[in-house]
Design a protein around this ligand. Sequence first.
Ligand code: ATR
Length: 277
Amino acid sequence: TDRYFLLGNPVSHSKSPFIHTTFAEATAQSLQYATRLCPLDDFAGQVQQLWQEGCLGMNVTVPFKEQAPALCQVLSPRVALAGAANTLYLRDGEVCCDNTDGIGMMQDILVNLGWQVTAKRVLVLGAGGAVRGVLQPLLQARPREVVVANRTAARAEALADVFARTAAEQDSQIRGCGFTDVGDQPFDLIINGTSASLQGELPPLPATVIASTTAVYDMMYGAEPTPFLHWAERLGAERGQDGLGMLVEQAAEAFALWRGVRPQTAPVIEALRQTLL
Ligand code: ATR
């Protein structure tokens, strides 16, 4: 059988086996997808071992995404910019990698939710791996301006520098700052890519970033709205959404790279939502 793996640490909680197994059934593809707990100090060894076992493709998750590109011969432009990969596959005898997180998020925002990004002001919270992975696809939707705000302002500034050229190519602007320096104008879209929700915390933003037309997106998801989505709703944001759709869409992009067919995502998002309730 064709075998695929998710490498991470931890991985046992992952919904990816359910997602890919459901995709495979729906598209009549014969494959197995399993998690593999990877020792923190031996990512390269595990990857090599899986290729030797005849595995056809891998997903990579926390904390290995930044280590993945170095193990590949062909990097997609997205990976080259982000410095992180979540999908590995073989093509013409070479190990290739891509990062489907950003296109997955944009597919959810633009297509599933139907939100506008072109010519809008977008605030992105966080400057870690999650945000690195989504900035290029976000900029490709041609927002007017992207402000990257982070607890550690210097990391946001450095990230904005990395993506300045991509932004300019899209007639867009990008700048990085701390949470208190986001200005006093409301944003059209705010994307939370920090892990603050995991500690039940909230990025300390001024309330002025939210207007009655603001849409908020949290890359995290759970049974309950995240603290960030709660906060935005209390301040009167027009709409909010968690990252469950992003999770399924990034998986669909990986599945398409591996199998050449892009599965329907709506039924899987719906099924996962039910299991969360
Ligand atoms: P990931 O790959 O999930 O992005 P990461 O690289 O560790 O993980 O980045 C975590 C992000 O969440 C960072 O932007 C971090 O801010 P710092 O760069 O200042 O560390 C942010 N973050 C984590 N906990 C936070 C909290 N309690 N409040 C605000 N931001 C937080």
